[in-house]
Design a protein around this ligand. Structure first.
Ligand code: ATP
Length: 238
């Protein structure tokens, strides 16, 4: 694909709740194979933006394209069929086994061979293979997060959209999530990750900073660290 052929492009996105406007003309794009980190403090509007992208909240203004198609008014399930999956822990079914969760994830988009897909995923998430027959409710918080990621991947998306994958995880598990994300990058998956944890800069190819519902900065990680104000705000350095 030529470099200007975006996998996902959001331009001028406005969204909110009732009379409250949260997003103000947000632009963000992702090229195939990129990992874009959306950094922002609590309440900056990260979750609202991700939900607008995947179609869980309506964009009041602006446009969103996915693989060249305008999806601004498209239902969330149809956006998934075009290859954009939203990872949320709530999507894990606690009463189903790990393997059943993965099969449900694969079947959601009509994967031809859910069993084989589950096997592939155990290669990336060995901890899940050991517990494949156990109910998801028996997993620790970190393991459940892994299952959430694996289940979102089961349908083989092109773009995985993740909201705060580090939330509630111990530093050790955050490291494990970063290892998994870097493995997925090598397999060519595109990622959009909303985070407050700057540790995720380690896997980012580009970063956008959201403040008060507006994009304050967009560029490479090196450009971000060159920006004195951002460096002070996010790295606590002078
Ligand atoms: P966090 O890390 O705390 O989730 P965030 O950057 O994801 O922060 P959002 O969750 O998008 O931010 O919230 C942005 C603003 O929208 C906040 O002021 C929040 O209180 C408000 N908000 C979020 N969800 C709703 C809702 N369902 N109804 C009304 N206001 C909401």
């Amino acid at each position: 694909m030529p470099p200007d052929n975006f996998l996902m492009q959001a331009s001028g996105v406005n969204a909110g709740y009732g009379t409250m406007r949260v997003l103000w003309g947000v632009d963000l794009d992702i090229r195939p194979g990129e990992t874009v980190l959306l950094l922002g403090a609590n309440g900056a509007g990260k979750t609202t933006f991700l939900k607008t992208l995947v179609g869980l909240i309506e964009a009041r203004e602006g446009a969103i394209t996915l693989a060249g198609q305008d999806v601004t008014k498209m239902r969330s399930s149809d956006r998934m069929k075009l290859g954009m999956t939203y990872m949320s822990e709530l999507a894990v079914f606690p009463d189903l086994s790990i393997e059943e969760n993965l099969r449900v994830g694969a079947q959601a988009l009509g994967h031809a061979n859910p069993g084989a897909r589950a096997e592939e995923l155990y290669g990336i998430f060995p901890v899940l293979r050991d517990k494949r027959r156990a109910p998801a409710s028996s997993l620790s918080g970190g393991q459940r997060k892994m299952l959430g990621i694996a289940k979102a991947l089961a349908a083989e998306p092109k773009l995985l959209v993740m909201d705060e994958p580090s939330a509630g995880l111990s530093p050790l598990f955050v490291k494990e999530v970063l290892r998994v994300l870097s493995d997925l990058q090598k397999r060519g998956l595109s990622l959009l990750i909303a985070e407050q944890n700057i540790g995720f800069l380690e896997v980012a190819t580009r970063v956008s900073v959201l403040e008060g519902g507006r994009i304050r900065f967009s560029g490479t990680v090196a450009e971000m660290t060159d920006n004195e104000a951002l460096r002070r705000a996010y790295f606590g350095l002078k």
